[in-house]
Design a protein around this ligand. Structure first.
Ligand SMILES: C[S@@+](CC[C@H](N)C(=O)[O-])C[C@H]1O[C@@H](n2cnc3c(N)ncnc32)[C@H](O)[C@@H]1O
Length: 400
């Protein structure tokens, strides 16, 4: 891709420090002026109010954060740079595999801003690579990404699952869910640890599977043994529930989407846990109220609950209600494993929701552990948005 510079973006003094400190998005209100027509799209030099060079990035006029910073070097070859960064990231994951913290076959190779490739996701599932492009920067760099996968990572099968609010509403890009290279079946079959899963690469969530929960699936499964009862709410294709059933637990999985709930059933069969998992298809907020048994573990992993800070006030009562019902279903000393993948749900609001739910039930609880996204989704302190998955292990305690 050619790197013709369309002009300069002048940032306001208040944002200069943040950008120099590797925050890779520049919002509309941080730009004082541009040296080109505002409707143009392309590579730009980002400069301070004195016109001094800070970094290079890509400008897309329709977005709420029109500039994605790409490099602090003034002179680089974009193709070489993309390849170098993908490879750097791949090597990093291989080290993590060596350290035993990732599954060796299935992992996120590139996690967007955290791997200095803003807007690009690359996931590896055995011999399949799923890519997701979230912004116009990588919309323009897609050929380089595919070429990198083919030549440097020796990919045989590549598909694209590019969709989502940011891509469609903010960057005004159409969703694109297509096979790119090789043979992409309608269902991909993977083995994670000793568990088999199928998922739909082009109609599933993310690029098909929740790799970010890998480490947490292992942690929750480690708490299980034969005879325990587990409720897996918002189950998707069965992840947590099937891990627990493999350890001997009896599980109820709740999932609203009929297609995904059919896939849970497939996954139950292929793991030989048909007798231990019951699938309930329907709205968890309703279904949870109909359950009249008690559980040792309840896993709550809802979809993005709060999409903006302003939405918090409206949505929190629903979350509190859900937590209340979940805590009420726990046996004495049972555990609630609760997640939020909403970056905009502040940690203090998340914790307060649990506190209010416990207060309304009049029960004593304690946090026995904090969970987060798996290490193949590393996060950058200078870009807090890269840490989106928050989780807690909450124990119900006796009332001493
Ligand atoms: C974050 S994903 C869960 C991922 C899963 N725990 C895993 O590790 O693979 C959320 C799931 O909740 C489902 N879902 C969304 N709204 C729901 C609702 N109201 N009731 C039940 N399931 C719902 C979605 O279809 C999606 O599969």
């Amino acid at each position: 891709m050619s790197m013709k510079i369309i002009g300069k973006v002048f940032v306001k003094p208040k944002s200069e420090k943040k950008i120099k400190n590797f925050y890779l998005w520049i919002y509309r209100d941080e730009i004082s002026k541009v040296s080109f027509s505002r409707e143009m799209e392309g590579w730009v030099d980002i400069v301070n109010d004195r016109g001094e060079f800070i970094c290079k990035g890509f400008y897309s006029p329709k977005s709420s954060n029109p500039v994605k910073v790409f490099s602090y070097d003034n002179d680089f070859d974009i193709n070489t740079e993309v390849k170098k960064r993908v490879l750097f990231s791949f090597e990093n994951r291989k080290k993590m595999i060596g350290n035993g913290v990732l599954d060796k076959n299935n992992f996120r190779v590139v996690y967007s801003e955290s791997d200095f490739l803003p807007g690009l996701i690359i996931d590896k599932y055995g011999d399949f690579f799923g890519i997701q492009i979230r912004n116009r920067l990588f919309e323009n760099l897609k050929d380089v990404v595919v070429d990198t996968l083919l030549t440097l990572l020796e990919a045989k099968n590549i598909y694209e699952r590019s969709y989502g609010d940011y891509r469609e509403k903010d960057e005004k890009l159409e969703p694109r869910n297509i096979p790119i290279k090789g043979s992409i079946p309608s269902l991909i079959r993977i083995r994670e640890e000793d568990i088999q899963f199928v998922f739909d690469p082009l109609r599933g969530q993310k690029t098909g599977f929740f790799l970010d929960q890998f480490i947490n699936r292992k942690i929750v499964a480690a708490m299980c043994h034969k005879g325990m009862k587990v409720l897996d709410v918002f189950s998707y294709v069965g992840g947590f529930g099937i891990y627990c059933a493999k350890k001997g637990a009896d599980v109820i999985s709740i999932e609203k989407n009929e297609y995904y709930s059919d896939l849970i059933k497939e996954n139950i069969k292929s793991n030989g846990v048909k007798d231990r998992v019951r699938v309930v298809t329907g709205d968890a907020f309703e279904k949870i109220k109909e359950i009249d048994e008690k559980f040792d573990i309840v896993v709550l992993d809802p979809p993005t609950f709060v999409k903006s800070l302003s939405e918090s006030r409206k949505r929190l009562p629903m979350l509190i209600d859900l937590i209340k019902h979940s805590l009420a279903l726990l046996k004495p000393e049972g555990k609630l494993i609760i997640f939020t993948c909403s970056y905009n749900l502040l940690k203090e609001h998340f914790i307060a929701s649990i506190r209010i739910a416990a207060m309304e039930l009049g029960i004593r609880i304690r946090v026995d552990g904090e969970l987060m996204q798996s290490p193949d989704h590393p996060w950058v302190i200078q870009m807090p948005e890269t840490l989106y998955l928050k989780g807690l292990i909450v124990s119900k305690l006796p009332s001493f």
